[in-house]
Design a protein. Structure first.
Length: 112
């Protein structure tokens, strides 16, 4: 999982809040602005309060407001407006206006 924020904001990962410009989960570790802060479950549920440049996640639900682009492998996406694309392999997509393509191989798509 990787999140690049456009400015200030808070990101909630599996119920724990972080304020940072860059957050990633790799090999079971949550890295916030380059510093390991906690261990992570294999399913990472993300809720972002603030503008996001790019958000990617392998597994888990993603919730965000204004986003540049979102990509997930398995998990639902709930968001406001997206200036770029939204893609998920398996999961529902519910969002506002999308500036590029919206796709899922297995799930419902609602946007507009």
């Amino acid at each position: 999982m990787k999140i690049n924020m456009k400015g200030n904001g808070t990101t909630v990962i599996n119920g724990k809040s972080f304020s940072a410009s860059s957050i990633s989960v790799s090999d079971g570790e949550v890295i916030v602005d380059g510093v390991k802060v906690m261990e992570a479950d294999t399913i990472v549920n993300i809720e972002v309060h603030g503008d996001v440049e790019k958000l990617s996640n392998e597994s888990g639900t993603v919730k965000a407001n204004h986003v540049g682009s979102i990509a997930t492998m398995s998990g639902d996406v709930e968001c406001g407006d997206v200036s770029g694309a939204v893609t998920t392999m398996s999961g529902d997509v519910h969002c506002g206006h999308v500036g590029a393509n919206v796709s899922t191989m297995s799930g419902d798509i609602r946007h507009g």
